[in-house]
Design a protein around this ligand. Sequence first.
Ligand SMILES: Nc1ncnc2c1ncn2[C@@H]1O[C@H](COP(=O)(O)OP(=O)(O)OP(=O)(O)O)[C@@H](O)[C@H]1O
Ligand SMILES: [Mg+2]
Length: 284
Amino acid sequence: MEPVLKVESVSKVFHDRVGNDIIAIEDLTFEVAEGELLVLLGPSGCGKTTLLRIVAGLETATNGRILLDNKEIKGPGRERGMVFQHYSSFPWLTVSENIKFGLKYRPDIKKEEGDKVAEYFIDLVGLHGFEESYISQLSGGMQQRVSIARTLATDPRILLMDEPFGALDTQNREFLQLQLLEAQTVAKKTIIFVTHDVEEAIFLADRLLILTARPAKIKKELTISLPKPRTLEMKTSAEFMDLKREVLSYTRKEAQKTDMLWRKTPVQPEKFRDEHKFSMRRHK
Ligand SMILES: Nc1ncnc2c1ncn2[C@@H]1O[C@H](COP(=O)(O)OP(=O)(O)OP(=O)(O)O)[C@@H](O)[C@H]1O
Ligand SMILES: [Mg+2]
């Protein structure tokens, strides 16, 4: 079967204010199959958001191209639904109105069916009882649930999710991980999910691409063959722990490289103690 999405030799170079090149992505090539949940796992600042923004058509690649159903992406389009890293619902609309907003673009849903469809997605993300609340009246976790429901309701060909659960507490996060897996199975969704959380990556992924520190390149590809449907109990199974150990062996090195990019001096605990005593007041 033809892949839904093809990313072909994509690179992205930004320029900082003094004109230096910042290579965010370097020659990245991968495919996403129909109904697949592909997780991109990489350290902070490696270029994950940039890549999703290019797929969404919000940013252009410096080199390479991206094909959706064999058609080159030239700009934003309804077939790609993006859930952003930061909450992004319409604050002047209620929960229900936010979700119905996207339904306007679905030719398969009649206007009179709107309420019923909105109700389905509101329940899917666990917001029953909050239909008429405004976004500002919700907690951060609830606001992110609205963003997810709103994007799912538009029924995109491919769902692009940028650390959507990053700011949530464990309970919210696990609830939404399970709901996402259910949505993937029931609605046969094709999903690219970005995270820097190793456990979340393994739990959700059909396939995992571990990215290097900036510039983002593929360091390792792993097919996750944990059975489906996945259950929270799996997170403590021996198979899961083995996978976690393997994934961490790749990600830790990349996280260290990120530290080196961001610091003028490498982290040296001994040096810190000896030379930087002044930096901390000692309480006796
Ligand atoms: N508009 C821009 N102009 C200049 N540099 C940019 C721009 N957008 C991103 N960058 C740089 O590109 C690199 C990758 O940024 P990006 O936001 O894609 O990282 P990320 O992997 O999503 O990080 P995080 O996990 O912290 O969200 C960073 O070094 C960032 O400073
Ligand atoms: Mg990001």
